[in-house]
Design a protein around this ligand. Sequence first.
Ligand code: URA
Length: 422
Amino acid sequence: MDAISVIRTKRDRGELSDEQIDWVIDAYTRGEVADEQMSALAMAVLLNGMNRREIARWTAAMIASGERMDFSSLARPTADKHSTGGVGDKTTLPLAPLVAACGAAVPQLSGRGLGHTGGTLDKLESIPGWRALLSNEEMLHVLATTGAVICAAGDGLAPADKKLYALRDVTGTVEAIPLIASSIMSKKIAEGTGSLVLDVKVGSGAFMKTVEDARELASTMVGLGTDSGVRTVALLTDMSTPLGLTAGNALEVRESVEVLAGGGPADVVELTLALAREMLDAAGVKDADPAKALADGSAMDVWRRMIAAQGGDPDARLPTSREQHVVTAPSSGVLTRLDAYGVGIAAWRLGAGRARKEDPVQAAAGVELHAKPGDPVTEGRPLLTLHTDTPDRFDYALQAIEGSYDIAAPGTAFTPSPVVLE
Ligand code: URA
């Protein structure tokens, strides 16, 4: 077998055989297939697609490139959640302890932010002392003792995806449904969760800009999970505007703790509860009431134990930004649009995200929203507050905000998009 014939097959719109897929994934992981050859193949897949059999085989080959975890020793059923990424999407933080408080075990392997979308690990690292990197034994110990763990995926899990995702990120080949589906599902299946809820984001701040694309991605991933024996369901959720009132690392941790304390923005609470109900249902946990677990403090108790078990101090003061810049409403009326992508880019430029994998992030940087679509706004009153430790970034961030919102005449009737679309 050789890489050129595999590339030519897909370039010429052919179907890759099982043998070709197994060989190319294995040879790429071992370094026998070069990055430039794999990027040509990824581009051919992006342009010409893969059928269900090819996607399933590609996923299986990526799983086989590494180890598989096993949670069968746990007394509770396992449930995991994966979001395809968005702006202000902090739901993993309250959700994992909430679902654990209701009786399931939540092994949540998470990632870092890249580009305009935030990453759960970057957010949690703004808590002094908290560690994302755990050995498999430590992960199992935190999970068994607290019911939930949020940590980085170890190097042993689907190493082919780790290499391929980094390559796709710099070759314009991220946005291919077969590659996104196989990337996400190879990690989730290798992780060994019994059930999985997928939060597939739709809108300007998401990879999938249309409901049709999101539906295709969701059904591809649900098929891959189900065929591998993982009970998998998907929700399509809105990402046309940021989730909640904050985008940025420490800002989002603060908002998540508000949710765990029984408060927080209505959309974050609604999505967290919707995902929790799906996870508990998929895990077969009956008669649990996640709304009660938020209200009575039991989810907060799990959060505090989970953070402490990973070295974090749940009572520590979170970092605050050195400099703030307030954007005021240019007119009075009704906010009818606040674009997730514009806010995400602004948060990223303020220092909340990184341009290259090795860049550090600023814990306190980000954007705070003072209004959501549908809210009335008043000329001269704050619309957004930008936070950073490096004020020379304000101008560049403000360019991203320009043109990212619309204000209609006072009294204009406007119904914001629902949080859960399907
Ligand atoms: N997240 C992943 O893990 N992989 C992708 O390809 C896209 C988002």
